[in-house]
Design a binder for this molecule. Structure first.
Ligand SMILES: [Zn+2]
Length: 145
């Protein structure tokens, strides 16, 4: 019985030691930087909040001014999370390929640079939906860097 317990404890200890090697590298927090999971979560929460605000606005529960304020706030949050994610992606690409990204997106309204696949422009807040969709309107123009 004691031997069995000893073997079990050794197995638990071995699993504990080996666990980090089996984890997805993307989950790891590097140098205290916010983890990708946290950033994804922050982005999704911000999108959900924007959708909710849009809904409330349509229902007449939010004034134009309140809606604009909320949308700006959550757009900034989503954009910050996306920028951080993109920075991490870029770092990983740089590390693995050693080349910068092939293209950059620009806002059709104000012409500012926007994060790839962004739904809203961080500068003017206009919607960039439909970006990269084959049958949708391509609102954002991609140019070589
Ligand atoms: Zn813009």
């Amino acid at each position: 019985m004691t031997l069995l317990v000893g073997i079990l404890m050794m197995l638990v200890a071995a699993a504990f030691v080996a666990a980090p090697f089996f984890r997805d590298a993307g989950d790891l927090t590097l140098n205290g930087v916010t983890s990708r999971d946290q950033l994804q979560h922050q982005k999704q929460e911000a999108y959900a909040a924007i959708k909710e605000a849009e809904f409330d606005h349509r229902m007449g529960k939010l004034s134009d001014a309140d809606f604009a304020m909320l949308r700006e706030k959550y757009t900034a949050r989503a954009v910050a999370a996306m920028a951080a994610l993109e920075a991490q992606n870029a770092q990983q690409r740089q590390a693995s390929v050693g080349k910068p990204p092939a293209s950059v997106a620009f806002c059709p309204t104000c012409g500012r640079r926007v994060p790839p696949r962004a739904n809203f422009c961080p500068a003017c807040g206009s919607s960039l939906k439909g970006v990269g969709m084959k049958n949708g309107k391509q609102k954002v123009t991609y140019r070589p860097v």
